[in-house]
Design a protein around this ligand. Structure first.
Ligand SMILES: Nc1ncnc2c1ncn2[C@@H]1O[C@H](COP(=O)(O)OP(=O)(O)O)[C@@H](O)[C@H]1O
Ligand SMILES: [Mg+2]
Length: 325
């Protein structure tokens, strides 16, 4: 057993419903070490949020979840029974794409930043919780934090609201911080500022992070390693530096080619529209390679499911091609 904070092996999720069951996640493996930051990247609809929601015990009732092994913080957890839901707000915190999901319009920011700490510090006075909240709010770059604590969410801009949500996540001192498209709803300038806050946070917190994004540029900025998802499967994984310099899977290469400069690509308009074709319908998964229909390197063998290969540096990829270009 590894001592990683999170280990998931062979995670499968399908949705029961009208007619056929849609098999959304097919054999996803993810490992996050203590203090490590892992990126989950892939086109919209590839199942990234489903992974995050499965971790949080937040999947809808019609979801069927199974995993060969799922462990968090040294203990096995029953994902199918949504056991990790009890860790939400203490050991696992979440930053959503839309900050309003996490904020209550009826209460001041100060009250919400105090309340979020109650489970973590049940014995502390309101005064002390308030002081910590104000300090963290200032830390994430909200100016005049003392006065802003008395304001309501609608009195903040989108970028400032996302800073408040980041402060909220920090205040629970989680072991794992999940950020699902944390900057996608923001315009480019604000996005760069929020990335900067996340970057600082990354350097200062001991928490592990799972950053979900369609942008390899954002992942490169914030993560140590990356898991590339396509249509509910992991097609490649490895250290960010290795994957950026030598992507093995044709999908990863296409993904990288779509971002002109991975280190500056925080422009949400720069998504993956340039890869021809569409992600396969989860209810009709192809038998062989899941990417074959769109793959420029497709050949006869791709009608069979490709093997998972591992390189010397720990990079994995599922493809019939033995070597990258
Ligand atoms: N409750 C649900 N019932 C059926 N299908 C769902 C449900 N929620 C999500 N899906 C499907 O799961 C797939 C993956 O979605 P998602 O995890 O949100 O992808 P991503 O975050 O990568 O954009 C999509 O095809 C979506 O339509
Ligand atoms: Mg999503």
């Amino acid at each position: 057993m590894t001592d990683a904070l999170l280990v998931i092996e062979n995670l499968n999720v399908s949705y029961r419903g009208h007619g056929r069951a849609a098999h959304i996640l097919d054999g996803v493996d993810i490992e996050i070490g203590h203090g490590q930051s892992v990126g989950l990247v892939g086109e919209s609809g590839s199942g990234k949020s489903t992974v995050a929601f499965a971790l949080l015990g937040l999947l809808a009732d019609n979801a069927e979840i199974s995993a060969d092994r799922a462990a968090f913080d040294g203990r096995l957890r029953d994902f199918a029974a949504r056991e990790t839901a009890t860790l939400r707000g203490t050991d696992i915190a979440m930053i959503f794409q839309d900050p309003m999901t996490a904020l209550n319009p009826m209460f001041t920011i100060g009250t919400q930043l105090v309340d979020i700490q109650r489970r973590r510090y049940p014995k502390e006075s309101r005064r002390s919780l308030w002081a910590r909240a104000q300090a963290v709010l200032a830390d994430v770059g909200v100016q005049d934090a003392a006065a802003r604590m008395h304001r309501y969410p609608h009195e903040f801009s989108g970028g400032m609201r996302q800073r408040v949500v980041i402060a909220m996540a920090l205040l629970v001192e989680p072991k794992l911080l999940i950020a699902d498209e944390p900057t996608t709803a923001l315009d480019a300038t604000i996005e760069a500022q929020v990335v900067e806050v996340l970057h600082r946070l990354r350097q200062r917190t001991a928490a592990s992070m799972l950053v979900v994004s369609h942008s390899m540029g954002l992942i490169a900025e914030l993560c140590d390693s990356v898991v590339v998802m396509y249509a509910g499967t992991v097609v490649e994984s490895g250290k960010v530096s290795d994957v950026l310099h030598r992507a093995h899977h044709p999908y990863t290469r296409a993904l990288l080619a779509c971002e002109i400069d991975p280190h500056a690509a925080f422009d949400p308009s720069q998504d993956l529209a340039t890869i021809p074709g569409n992600v396969p319908d989860p209810a009709r998964r192809p038998q062989g390679c899941i990417f074959a229909a769109r793959c420029p390197a497709r050949h006869d063998r791709c009608a069979e499911r490709p093997p998972r290969r591992q390189t010397g540096n720990g990079q994995t990829y599922s493809c019939w091609l033995e070597t990258a270009r």
